[in-house]
Design a binder for this molecule. Structure first.
Ligand SMILES: *[C@@H]1O[C@H](CO)[C@@H](O)[C@H](O)[C@H]1NC(C)=O
Ligand SMILES: *[C@@H]1O[C@H](CO)[C@@H](O)[C@H](O)[C@H]1NC(C)=O
Length: 251
């Protein structure tokens, strides 16, 4: 009796561990932390021609469509010759858990079509710590977006929530008005808009523990000469100049 029970438990355990690796064959999947991005490469022989990824955080799983990728800091490229699909994720991508700008946890699902059915494989989450410290200014030119992050000299005493734009203001201004973004085309300065409107137009702004992140998909109607409340962000073919001066509101 005990013998058969043990066999049963052993069998169950082996089934469970199989389920955990989620049926992805050995050697098909690679995940790597790089200094400025996280990378997943999966063999096309396993994924087929049209793999789909989802970025996962505690609020759910988000399909990485083309538009979403550019806005959120993901880049998916198929390389037929080595025969794999590569997902690169910015450290400041939307679903990435950021701990003090030092530890970043990535979590993705991979969807593949197998025998006409869509199967979802949750990939094990991975935490990366860049071995090279962040420079005061970092510029990334990805295949589908540009990203700039600058050290923000904001040392607010207490209670400043992450991504709380209203509690910050440029040091040289006295009002605590909403953050404004100004876009400039070659010959025209467009009226300033607030961050939420700029986000609706596809731009991304993020305030981390110590950095201000700006992301723009390629091919936006506004050319990239941008000002975020007195912070000029200029670019010509992905060449940014960014200066920041931020401060905390008094009182
Ligand atoms: C992945 O597959 C699930 C069903 O298994 C589906 O609900 C989801 O929309 C798919 N996501 C993508 C990005 O295709
Ligand atoms: C942003 O500006 C628009 C009008 O341009 C306004 O309707 C909206 O309420 C503003 N949003 C915030 C958060 O201030």
């Amino acid at each position: 009796m005990a013998f058969w029970f043990c066999i049963g438990v052993a069998l169950l355990l082996s089934l469970w561990s199989r389920a955990e690796t989620a049926g992805i064959p050995d050697g098909v999947l690679r995940m790597e932390c790089h200094d400025r991005y996280f990378m997943i490469a999966v063999d096309l022989s396993f994924t087929g021609d049209e793999p789909h990824f989802e970025a996962v955080d505690e609020t759910g799983a988000y399909a990485i469509t083309q538009q979403y990728a550019a806005q959120c800091g993901y880049s998916i490229n198929v390389h037929p010759l080595p025969g794999h699909v590569e997902l690169r994720a910015s450290y400041f991508s939307c679903q990435t858990q950021n701990k003090d700008d030092e530890m970043f946890t990535f979590n993705f699902n991979l969807n593949v079509t197998q025998e006409g059915k869509e199967v979802t494989y949750p990939l094990q989450d991975k935490t990366c710590s860049p071995s090279v410290p962040w420079s005061p200014r970092e510029v990334t030119c990805e295949t589908n977006y540009m990203e700039v992050s600058v050290r923000s000299e904001v040392t607010c005493p207490s209670g400043t929530k992450k991504d709380d734009w209203n509690s910050l203001k440029p040091a040289h201004r006295s009002t605590t008005s909403d953050w404004q973004v100004m876009f400039q085309t070659d010959d025209e300065q467009l009226p300033p808009i607030n961050i939420s409107d700029a986000r609706k137009q596809g731009y991304a702004f993020l305030l981390t523990e110590g950095r201000l992140v700006f992301r723009a998909p390629y091919g936006q109607p506004e050319s990239f000469s941008t000002e975020v409340n007195g912070v000029p962000v200029e670019s010509s073919t992905c060449n940014y100049i960014l200066q920041t001066k931020l401060g905390c509101p008094h009182g």
